[in-house]
Design a protein around this ligand. Sequence first.
Ligand code: UT7
Length: 334
Amino acid sequence: MTNATKYNARVTGVGMYVPDEVLDNDYFAKYLDTNDEWIVTRTGIKERRILRNGATSDLATGALKDLMATTGLNPEEIDVIIVATVTPDMLFPATAALVQERVGATNAWGFDLSAACSGFLFALQTGANFIASGAYKKVVVIGADKMSAIVDYTDRNTCILFGDAAGAFLLEPTEDKSTGILDSILHIDGSGADYLNMKGGGSLNPPTHETVDAKMHYIYQEGKAVYKRAVLGMAEVSAEIMEKNGLKSEDVAWLAPHQANLRIIDSTANRMGIGMDKVMLNIERYGNTTSGTIPTVITEYYRAGKVKKGDNIILAAFGAGFTWGSMWLKWSID
Ligand code: UT7
């Protein structure tokens, strides 16, 4: 969507948090019929981080505290906190409420947003709309997931894929309409619900001994079916946002893709006509952290001095729902 209001939302600060404990591929090879070579070739993942004790609010709070420490943001100035997650601490209250309390954001309101691996993208656009409305000056958008809480560590199809992480962006208004979040194309299609889901724990299948025995409180994924749709969805929507805005491949400084599978990312870069040297990656170290992938990878590249003011970054994601989309972000911090 394009916005025709007075303000654009620009990213004025970033932060991230990953837990210390590392599970490498050999960890799984010790008790499952899998190996480092299969995992690296099929996914690009070498290791992932696990939060042994704690919840998603701890990851989210860690990312927001990192953002506050590096920007000097005073928690009382925060107007809105949006937490994108599929692993909230509890079904309610919202994880955003727990984060608000932990950081002392006494003047904020907020909520959680559920869009799986596209969660951060959807939350960023939602936050941008609050800024564009002129009603809010400081919106914090967090992508946080403790995937280890819903992974079946006896299922080799899924357990090797996921990890825990969180990233946080601060959005503020600018009257410069040529910078910040410039456009996005977002989609949701519930016909994909059967292929990637967690069936238990909600109102459809409230928890019972039977739902636990049937492993309904774990991620269920039909990998091949999701893979096919993800390749198509992420590649098409990334090319589409470039065409829509007249961006040529040489205009794109970075692709910041959701990190689910290196082969999906490679196809997306290919379709956009850009080399892998322009693709932000941290899948090798963290695996798929659901809504944590995009904010952590951008934070790492920015902090490594690789992202410059004025850079055109294309964000792209695909996940459960299905949900998918792309965003054109012009970087506006030195
Ligand atoms: O982030 C949200 C969206 N999710 C995604 O984008 C994930 C999309 N899907 C994928 O990334 C891939 O489908 C996977 C990485 C999950 C799987 O890769 P694949 O190339 O599609 O493999 P597959 O599921 O077709 O499995 C091929 C074989 C099977 O064995 P058979 O039936 O051919 O004998 C699997 O049982 O590989 C087997 N396999 C494994 N072997 C060793 C599955 N997992 C493993 C494993 N180690 N961990």
